[in-house]
Unconditional design. Structure first.
Length: 607
């Protein structure tokens, strides 16, 4: 593929990303907790003008570094505080990732592989979905992935240099025997880039940004010294022999990477330490340890949670991953290197987050890159190199496709027939939430029906061994189904889960009052009331851990509004000075006037 055609395809993929990820970003309110949490942090950055220390409810928030919030704040500064601005950084990232994957894939194989990789990423459910979200992980993951890819590039160039010096010829790797001037540059530049990208990951989400790439690096080295070494031969032209001879322990490279990471991350950690001392960093490190060792925030899940999420959520790419576990005799040394790195990266992500006690869907989202790569690897060898697509891959593809058809069909069916399901719902909050006035037109069923028909066509093409048509039908239908789901169905789901509370918060924007959720954790009250510092614990000069009690019983200086779930309502109805306003869709709303107080005076308890 010529340079001109490469540029054209990359631009077209970027335009595809714009068409898929930029429209309708603000159709749905931000979801608690993470989306609202991060958007509120960015909003408070704008209000306070403090872009160094992260705050939530105008109190120091030590769970995350600030890089992603800087991006969100910039979007909010340009476009205003809104759902669209909060999700825009990831949408723009998606517009960059698609051409990036194409270029990387083209350099590794050819334009066909690059196109498959990019389209599998856009045409798999969770990778597509998270490009339209307002969470940290898409930005976080791209830094780690680029760090790993620069390691691959470093070893590719080192391999060529070493093999040339040793007089080793690799007939399967002809593209590296004619290096350009750029490729002949010392590979130390790539080690510096590894440190830069990992450092940016650490600035985005913390030490795990260093842990995952370095752990992947070490595992690749260990695999190369054991399993691959034992299977090597002494032939000078053997790909395996060359592979084993070119990856010593990174005794020099690893310290360089860590030093660069420290320098990059010092841009924030150092300034924070200089301005505010060790307290913030001590709390930050303590939070990271708790996250790894305990089921924080109530996110306890079984050990197989992440493997199941990745298998189902990364369809259709995930259906072809297992076929890529097998080596291809047609791959060059470098292509085999990359496959090994992607397999190890996938394994590291799955194992680490299976061990970690806190389990949330997007924690394993770094795996989207190796999964889509390995899926593209299988399809490329099937479509371009005549490799037989295994029966197990075909069966898994068909099974997962029809599971998704049922999911896409079941969600609107439940909404349309909720009255029939009501007698079977035992949870009081869920039953009240299902009574929300959400309008289902019936057209939403078309997504699941059409996707099911697309899967029928996919299976028919499989049986006829028309794998080219099968692959593109899978990717395009999933791309369109995800896009339509987020426009037509996601707003209705949000209508049941949180809209009543958010509308209450929005109704209090601009009012001089306090707002507090009782008995459940939320950040929506902060973001959607557009809370000011004067309405926060620090503005009222009350310690944060005493703020709720002060609002309920203290000498408040302005009206206080409260929200609780219907399951806890009886407890709060017994509070003498709370007046119930109304209940809606599982939430109950109260108000307390400032002249009604009990037990607290001037913010201090009476004894």
């Amino acid at each position: 593929m010529s340079a001109h055609r490469t540029v054209v395809v990359a631009c077209l993929l970027s335009m595809l990303g714009m068409a898929l990820f930029l429209p309708f970003l603000g159709t749905v309110h931000l979801f608690d907790w993470d989306e609202v949490n991060f958007a509120e942090i960015s909003r408070e950055m704008l209000l306070t003008g403090d872009y160094v220390r992260v705050h939530i409810d105008f109190e120091p928030f030590w769970e995350k570094p600030p890089l992603f919030f800087w991006l969100q704040s910039a979007c909010m500064r340009l476009l205003g505080v809104s759902e669209y601005s909060a999700r825009l950084p990831n949408a723009l990232l998606g517009c960059v990732v698609l051409p990036l994957l194409f270029v990387l894939g083209k350099r590794l194989y050819d334009g066909a592989f690059g196109l498959l990789w990019a389209c599998l990423y856009a045409g798999s459910f969770l990778p597509h979905f998270y490009c339209k979200s307002g969470i940290i992980d898409p930005v976080f993951n791209v830094w780690m992935f680029l760090g790993v890819w620069m390691l691959i590039e470093y070893y590719r160039r080192s391999t060529v240099t070493n093999d040339t010096n040793n007089g080793v010829a690799d007939t399967a790797h002809d593209e590296l025997s004619h290096q350009t001037a750029d490729e002949q540059e010392p590979p130390v530049r790539h080690i510096m880039l590894v440190g830069l990208f990992i450092g940016l990951a650490v600035l985005t989400k913390g030490p795990v940004g260093l842990l995952l790439p370095v752990l992947t690096w070490c595992v690749v080295w260990a695999v190369r010294q054991t399993r691959w070494l034992k299977r090597g031969t002494t032939s000078a032209t053997s790909a395996t022999s060359v592979t084993n001879a070119t990856m010593p322990f990174p005794a020099m490279e690893l310290p360089v990477v860590i030093v660069v990471v420290l320098v990059v991350s010092f841009l924030w950690y150092g300034v924070e330490l200089w301005r505010n001392g060790v307290w913030f960093l001590r709390e930050f490190v303590g939070y990271q340890v708790r996250l790894l060792t305990t089921g924080d925030s109530g996110h306890h899940q079984p050990w197989f949670y992440h493997p199941l999420v990745l298998l189902l959520g990364c369809f259709p790419a995930s259906a072809f991953v297992f076929s890529a576990f097998k080596r291809s005799s047609q791959d060059t040394v470098h292509q085999e290197h990359v496959r090994l790195w992607m397999l190890v990266l996938l394994a590291v992500v799955v194992v680490v987050f299976t061990i970690v006690q806190t389990k949330i869907v997007h924690y394993s989202s770094l795996a989207y890159y190796p999964i889509t790569f390995l899926g593209a690897h299988t399809l490329y060898h099937t479509l371009k190199r005549g490799r037989r697509l295994s029966r197990s891959a075909q069966i898994l593809c068909a099974a997962l496709g029809f599971v998704w058809s049922l999911i896409l069909l079941a969600v609107p069916l439940v909404g349309i027939n909720k009255e029939r399901l009501m007698p079977f719902v035992r949870d009081a909050f869920a039953k009240a939430a299902l009574q929300a006035a959400v309008v289902w037109t019936g057209w939403e069923l078309g997504i699941g029906i059409l996707y099911g028909l697309a899967m029928v066509v996919v299976v028919w093409w499989m049986l006829r061994r028309r794998f080219f048509e099968m692959a593109w039908m899978l990717m395009l239908s999933t791309m369109l189904a995800t896009f339509a789901f987020l426009i037509m169905i996601a707003p209705n789901i949000e209508g049941y889960s949180q809209r009543a509370a958010i509308e209450f918060y929005q109704g209090l924007q601009g009012k001089d009052c306090y707002v507090k959720a009782l008995g459940f954790k939320t950040y929506a009250d902060l973001f959607y009331t557009r809370k000011t510092k004067q309405q926060s614990p620090s503005g009222a000069n009350i310690p944060a851990d005493e703020f709720e009690l002060w609002l309920l019983e203290g000498a408040i200086d302005k009206p206080a509004y409260f929200v609780c779930k219907i399951t806890d309502a009886e407890h709060w109805r017994k509070q003498r000075f709370l007046v119930e306003l109304y209940s809606k869709n599982g939430f109950v709303f109260f108000k307390r006037e400032p002249e009604r107080r009990l037990g607290y005076a001037s913010g201090m308890p009476l004894h």
